[in-house]
Every structure is written in structure tokens, then in C-alpha cells.
Design a protein around this ligand. Structure first.
Ligand SMILES: [Zn+2]
Length: 398
């Protein structure tokens, strides 16, 4: 029953200020847009941060790939030089083999000629040696010395053949060497081709990431300028709300200060009383993401915007510990509730209690105004627990 009456009275208040309600709706709408814009900006910032991290990783990989490619190129160069060295060795060996073959041929020719002249043409020396022999023993001696000469020829030829065979073996070895080097070179060339493919892929990813970052940065710029526009819209609406409230205040200033009886305290359903009925909330507790500069605005309470002269009620009973000017809060009341909780009411036009007063819940303690750091009549409502500011919303059923 009580709630119904309160609702009825609240509707009466809103009906008395039709453009006030419209502006409230408009501010709500702009707030939604600002919130959406802020979350878009946050998302874009996250994207850019992630993409920049990826870009860093890709750039480092690319750098490493280039270093690997350079090292591989040096190794390929080394292999090529080794191949040239081996090819030269083979050429040299071929020359030597050719020369050895010629020597063998010459020796064979010389040896053959001697044998032929000795055995077939009946070389005079041989026969002289035989016929001049004085007895069998002399003949044997003569024949044996002749044998020595032919043995010498034989040995020379065999040495030459050995030498040629050795050279041929060396050539074979070098040819194997060359084959190994050629296969090493093609393996290295393949590795290089693989690295070039990796490099191309990394380059592609790098430019893709750079393009995406640029795109997201430009989107963020657009979003920031839109957010700034929404903020401007909100500021304009707040100024307009203030103008209308001042107008209403001037119209209704026959109401005695502190006697705005059509705004009784509201039971919030939490055991606390709503401290400023007939108002709407413009700023909540905590960090407000600034559309242009990030999260630099911290608000220690909830701002409830209303009219000059509106009543401010004690949310709970307790002991008044501040009553009067209180820095940026202007005219201010602080009530200590005795269980670690305190409530603070700022920017009042006038204060209706004194320090040391014991106030009861719902007691009219202050008149709404715009004193201290304030541009429009409103209540700044804070809740402190153990001396720290906490979010007042849940205490007053918001
Ligand atoms: Zn405030």
C-alpha cells in the first residue's frame, strides 16, 4: 500500500516535469551508446594489442629465418668452392694419368723393341754374349747379367703401371668425393628453397597483420570520435536538464526551504531509505571509462540529480559526525551507523542537523543544492565501510 502511494507520488512528480522525464530517457539512451562505444574501443584495443604481439613474434621469426638463410648461403658457397677444388684435383689427376699412360706406352715400346731385337732379330749383342762365352759357367754369368738388364726394364714398366693404377684409384676417390659434394649441394639448395618459402609465408603474415592493425586503428579512431560526440550529447542534455530544473525551481520557489513535502522517503526494500526521491542517476560509483582518455575518472559515490530544495533523507539512523562545509562536497552530512558503515551526503544547499545529533532513518537532514564541486543541483551519496568508499547501489536496492 505504502509503495503504491510512493509510486503515485513519483508519477505526480514526473508529470509535473514532463521534459525532465524525456531528458532522463535521452540521457539513458546516450549512456547506453557511450557504454557500447567504450566496450567497442576496449575490444579494438585488445585486438590491436594481440595483433601487435603476433606481429612481434612473426618479426622475430622472420629475423631468425634471414639469419639461417645467410648461414646456409655461406655453407652453399663453401660447398661450391669444395666442388671446384675437387674438380681441379680430378683434372690434375687425369693429366697425370695421361702422362703415366704415355710413359707406359713409351716404356712398353722401348722394352718390346729390345725384346724383339734380342729374340727375333737376333741382336748381335745377345748372340755375341752367347757365342763369346768361355765355357758353360761364363755363359750362365753372361746370361744372368743379361737377365738383370731385362729385369730392370720389367721393373720400370711395373712401377709405371703401379703409378698409373694408383692415380686411377685416386681419381676414383675424388670422383666419389665430387658425387658426395654434389648431393650435399643439392640438399643445401633444397633447404634454402624451404627457408625462402618460410620467409615468404612470414612476410605474408607480417603484412596481413600490419594491414589488420592499421584497419583496427582507424576503426578505433572512428569509434573514439563517435564516443566524444555521444559525450558531448550527454553534456548538452545535462545542461538542458539543469536549465529545466532551474526553471522549475524558480517557478516553485514559493516552497519553503526543506519543505518539499511531495517527496517522502522511499523504502528501498533493503532496510535502507532512498536518500533523494524524485531524482535520477547521472554518475554511478567506480571507474567511468572515459571515451577518449581511458579509465581515469573515479567516482566515490552515486550522483542523484534533482532540484534545488529537494529533501535529502538519512538512509539509516545514526550519529552525525560531519555537518557543514566539507571540501569538494560543499555542504555535507556524514552519519556514522555504528557498525563500520557510514553514509555521506554532499553538495547540499543547507544542512538541517549538527555534529553529535542522533538522527533516525528517513529523517530530513539536508536540502538539495549545488555547493562545492558541482555544476547542477544534485546529491552525491557515498557509503563508507571501515573508512573506505564502497558501491552504494546494493545498499539502496539499485
Ligand atoms: Zn558525485
Amino acid at each position: 500500500m505504502k509503495k503504491k502511494i510512493i509510486l503515485f507520488l513519483a508519477i505526480l512528480v514526473l508529470l509535473a516535469m514532463p521534459s525532465f522525464a524525456t531528458i532522463e530517457e535521452q540521457i539513458d539512451e546516450v549512456d547506453k551508446k557511450i557504454e557500447e562505444s567504450s566496450s567497442n574501443i576496449e575490444q579494438l584495443e585488445q585486438n590491436i594489442e594481440e595483433e601487435e604481439k603476433n606481429l612481434e613474434v612473426v618479426s622475430v621469426s622472420l629475423e631468425e629465418t634471414l639469419v639461417q638463410k645467410q648461414a646456409l648461403e655461406a655453407r652453399i658457397e663453401q660447398t661450391k668452392n669444395n666442388i671446384i677444388t675437387v674438380e681441379n684435383k680430378i683434372k690434375e689427376l687425369k693429366e697425370k694419368i695421361k702422362k703415366a699412360k704415355a710413359e707406359i706406352q713409351a716404356q712398353e715400346k722401348h722394352f718390346g723393341a729390345r725384346l724383339r731385337s734380342i729374340y727375333y732379330k737376333k741382336d748381335e749383342t745377345f748372340w755375341t754374349v752367347i757365342f763369346d762365352a768361355e765355357g758353360i759357367e761364363d755363359l750362365m754369368t753372361r746370361l744372368s747379367s743379361f737377365e738383370k738388364i731385362t729385369q730392370q726394364d720389367d721393373k720400370t714398366l711395373n712401377d709405371l703401371i703401379d703409378k698409373r693404377n694408383q692415380l686411377a684409384k685416386m681419381e676414383e676417390e675424388q670422383k666419389n668425393n665430387l658425387l658426395n659434394l654434389e648431393s650435399l649441394k643439392s640438399a643445401q639448395e633444397k633447404d634454402k628453397a624451404d627457408l625462402i618459402a618460410v620467409e615468404a609465408e612470414l612476410e605474408r603474415r607480417k603484412s596481413e597483420l600490419q594491414a589488420r592493425i592499421a584497419e583496427h586503428k582507424s576503426l578505433m579512431q572512428q569509434e573514439q570520435s563517435q564516443a566524444a560526440q555521444f559525450q558531448q550529447e550527454k553534456d548538452d542534455l545535462l545542461a538542458e536538464a539543469e536549465r529545466i530544473r532551474l526553471e522549475n525551481y524558480n517557478k516553485n520557489n514559493n516552497t519553503e526551504e526543506g519543505e518539499n513535502v511531495e517527496l517522502p522517503p522511499i523504502d528501498t526494500g533493503t532496510g535502507w531509505v532512498y536518500p533523494a526521491p524524485g531524482t535520477f542517476i547521472t554518475y554511478w560509483f567506480g571507474y567511468r571509462v572515459h571515451p577518449l582518455y581511458g579509465t581515469d575518472d573515479w567516482h566515490s559515490g552515486i550522483d542523484m540529480i534533482g532540484d534545488f530544495g529537494n529533501p535529502i533523507y538519512a538512509a539509516r539512523g545514526g550519529l552525525v559526525v560531519v555537518a557543514g562545509w566539507y571540501g569538494g562536497f560543499g555542504n555535507c552530512v556524514v552519519i556514522d551507523h555504528g557498525d563500520g558503515l557510514q553514509t555521506l551526503y554532499g553538495h547540499g544547499d543547507s544542512v538541517l542537523v549538527s555534529v553529535g545529533d542522533q538522527v533516525s532513518q528517513g529523517q530530513h537532514i539536508m536540502v538539495m543544492g549545488s555547493t562545492g564541486t558541482s555544476t547542477a543541483p544534485h546529491l552525491h551519496f557515498s557509503v563508507l565501510y571501515g573508512g573506505d568508499y564502497v558501491d552504494p547501489a546494493p545498499y539502496i536496492g539499485l
